[in-house]
Write a protein that binds this ligand. Sequence first.
Ligand code: ZN
Length: 342
Amino acid sequence: MKALVLKSKGNLAIQDMEFKETLGPEDVRIKIHTVGICGSDVHYYTHGKIGNFIVKEPMVLGHEAAGTVIEVGKKVTGLKAGDKVCMEPGVPNLRSRAVIEGMYNLDPDVVFWATPPVHGCLRETVVHPAMFTFKLPDNVSHAEGAMVEPLAVGMQAAKKAAIKPGDIALVTGCGTIGILAGLAALAGGCSKVIITDVIQPKLDIAAGYGMIPVNIKKQNLMDIVKKETGGWGVNLIFEASGNESAIKNIFEPLCPGGAVVFIGMPVEPVPVDIVAAQAKEARMESVFRYANQYPRAVALLGSGKIDVKPLITDKYKFKDAIAAYEYAADPKPTSVKVAIEM
Ligand SMILES: [Zn+2]
């Protein structure tokens, strides 16, 4: 079948590839419809590695996907051919200690699409466990279904934040994940979300969702936080930039007893002001991917409480997938999610 293959750093090709996949009794075979391009996909394309994950052999990219079930294994009951679905890209070893302890996303043996050496899903069909495949409601499109993956990261952050109704949140970083964390925070009970960045068109998109945009190039964040919180500080901070300068003063806008959730991944280790955290008895949380968020994310899309359509800014056909990656590596500031349709 045809696949988009990262042959080596900076070298992509659409080519025929054989996959040794057999449909097990608890698997489904899915015809891929839409695959979103993630920051990690772009990073493998431009740098050939992320941390210790190094592309050593040709690898198919893509992990944010939706499609249609075309075949089901003998023991599958909840899905049938023709179902529109999205797929959770990470499959843990179901007998692992991490799974038993309820944090399957932290299983060291998780098999995750497009993380070397595992092939991703930018190809015609995949075989996937039914229990990590989720039916989409009729009113949710394949393109929106492919957005469930990054939304699940925002949902995981909202869960780790332990939002109380009416909390005021700050999101630092207005990329796809920052906006989706803000939407998850609003859906989870936050009364207001302040969001920062330096790229105005991205802030404008967040403002369209009712978030309070702060362009930190031009505006003073602390003045706005004081105004919006009556001088107390925000209850929750979602750090979604991974940027050293954002992390340096991350506790400053926080209220006493508040919490910071670290989502963004700095490329290098960065300093954190522990005393500033202690002075507020700040709770610190972190997220790595997500666990048990897909059904909730799909439900929020189906209910209309979260609308990801304005975030799907660029669509490419599979035959133009290389151009899509070139664009995603250097997008216009108005672009949020680049999606490829098979
Ligand atoms: Zn992703």
